[in-house]
Design a protein around this ligand. Structure first.
Ligand code: ZN
Length: 206
């Protein structure tokens, strides 16, 4: 067990199965929060051992990017790349957090897109709708990883807040792994805003 993991977890594993994908063979497990109606899904592969630094990603649901292949962001590409890296390494886990649009929900996200159509950036659009810029919480995502048996993690993320939150939740960050994906042309403004206003560690010059 992980030295800084909470003694009791606020999530429970309720279902688990094999999931063959285009990328490779994974296992999929469903978790339920004991504190709220929230559910989590984790896609993982290989043996989960606390002493082995393991590739992980906390992927926040993006219906438009993950499912429809939206060109407004790079979420779908990041998810695919994370699956490919885990497949290549033979070990790793992706927690799929069902908090659409940084926690604002799909309807508000479409409203924000409408404001963006009129020239607002992603942060201004949320502010104009009276919504927080980032409503996500990561404590229970970390708990899903503890439950799988992980402790030392190599986090596939460009978001420093996410890294900090996972560390505060008790995980040991062995490494931050850059997820390099090709940037769709129309996502450039969005990514520039993420870099400049939300502090994302994006290593490119737009
Ligand atoms: Zn997205």
């Amino acid at each position: 067990m992980c030295p800084h993991a909470p003694r009791s977890l606020s999530v429970e594993r309720v279902a688990e199965a094999r999931l063959p994908t285009e990328v490779g063979e994974f296992r999929i497990a469903g978790y339920r929060s004991l504190e709220s109606p929230e559910e989590f899904v984790v896609l993982y592969k290989g043996e989960m051992r606390p002493e082995v630094p393991t590739l992980v990603r906390i992927h926040s649901q993006c219906l438009t990017g993950d499912v429809f292949g939206s060109m407004k962001c790079d979420c779908g590409r990041q998810l695919r790349r994370a699956m490919e890296m885990i497949e290549r390494e033979g070990r790793g886990a992706i927690v799929y957090q069902q908090q659409e649009g940084r926690g604002i929900g799909i309807i508000n996200k479409i409203r924000a897109y409408a404001l963006q159509d009129q020239g607002a950036d992603t942060v201004e659009a949320n502010e104009r709708l009276g919504l927080g810029v980032d409503l996500r919480e990561y404590k229970q995502c970390a708990e899903v990883l503890f439950d799988l048996g992980l402790c030392q993690v190599k986090v596939m993320s460009n978001n420093p807040l996410k890294l900090q939150a996972l560390e505060e939740a008790g995980l040991q960050i062995a490494e931050r792994v850059q997820l390099a994906v090709e940037t769709p042309k129309c996502a450039e403004q969005y990514l520039r805003t993420k870099k400049e206003k939300l502090g994302h560690l994006l290593e490119f010059n737009l």
